[in-house]
Design a binder for this molecule. Structure first.
Ligand SMILES: [Zn+2]
Length: 287
């Protein structure tokens, strides 16, 4: 599932290709994804000028000149493809050229074709007034953006105060901080040398400072890696935003810990199941 850095990279790829362009054609292949799509979505998009893009948590907002924004969530399996529309025929009746799970297709006035492909259909699309983006039901309850100044040690300490849940579970709570998922929660906890099992309410003072700095650094590095590994954030295949990661603990159970001298001091990265999700950590340095 894409987390904040992947969604940011997808958003930048869309912005590079689509900002300032006009949508000359929009095609919907079905009436719903996770939920029903907005009424007349295709006709409301057709002819619209794209002013720009914004990311909030794991949501992308495409702002249109008419005062509406399209909200895009990629769900578990969603991805976006951008291609020069040499296969433009796909929008003009050549149905066989369309990917079987291509639910939305947009064609820009400069000939780019943007396709939303989502085999499992856990993603969603919606149209909302731009001026009320943050009041949308999916965005209204979200906590601060982790890379913005509002996400500070003081904020985190206050937000975790009295919480008896595990620190890992607290970081996954989108009301506490927006956009952090399983992977980057694991990576940030490792960087901050804090155990995923630690009681959330015990993170105060220097620990809160360390954790906030680790979250910001982990996410910033991942975003930078996405930008540097993709030309214009777009892969040669046209897929937006996914890139090769260098995770230190996530998915590395049983492997040597990059920050420890090795056995017997540290027997490597361990996996632990918390709230049905895998946590990866080093029990030696993460306390
Ligand atoms: Zn270790």
């Amino acid at each position: 599932m894409p987390e904040l850095p992947e969604v940011e990279t997808v958003m930048r790829g869309l912005a590079a290709r689509m900002s300032g362009r006009r949508i000359v054609r929009a095609h919907l292949a079905r009436a719903d994804l996770r939920w029903a799509l907005p009424q007349r979505l295709a006709s409301r998009l057709t002819g619209a000028e794209i002013l720009g893009f914004r990311r909030r948590a794991k949501y992308i907002l495409m702002r249109l000149a008419g005062g509406e924004s399209m909200l895009i969530h990629l769900g578990m399996s969603g991805r976006l493809l951008v291609r020069k529309d040499s296969e433009a025929g796909a929008l003009n009746g050549a149905e066989t050229l369309r990917h079987p799970h291509e639910h939305l297709t947009l064609l820009t006035d400069d000939g780019w074709r943007i396709s939303l492909i989502d085999p499992r259909r856990f993603g969603c699309l919606d149209l909302l007034p731009t001026e009320a983006e943050d009041q949308h039901r999916l965005l209204a309850g979200l906590g601060p953006e982790p890379l913005e100044d509002a996400f500070s040690a003081e904020y985190l300490e206050k937000a975790l105060h009295g919480r008896t849940m595990s620190l890992k579970a607290a970081l996954m709570d989108q009301r506490l901080v927006a956009g952090l998922g399983n992977i980057y929660a694991c990576e940030a906890l490792y960087r901050a040398e804090l155990s995923p099992k630690r009681r959330a309410g015990t993170v105060r003072g220097a620990r809160a400072e360390r954790l906030v700095a680790a979250i910001k650094a982990t996410l910033s590095e991942a975003i930078a890696a996405g930008g540097s590994s993709l030309r214009d954030y777009v892969q040669p295949s046209g897929a937006l935003g996914y890139f090769q990661h260098a995770w230190k603990v996530y998915g590395h159970a049983g492997e040597p810990c990059p920050r420890c001298p090795g056995p017997p001091a540290c027997r490597g990265i361990r996996r632990l199941v918390q709230s049905a999700r895998s946590s990866f950590y080093c029990p030696r340095i993460q306390r």
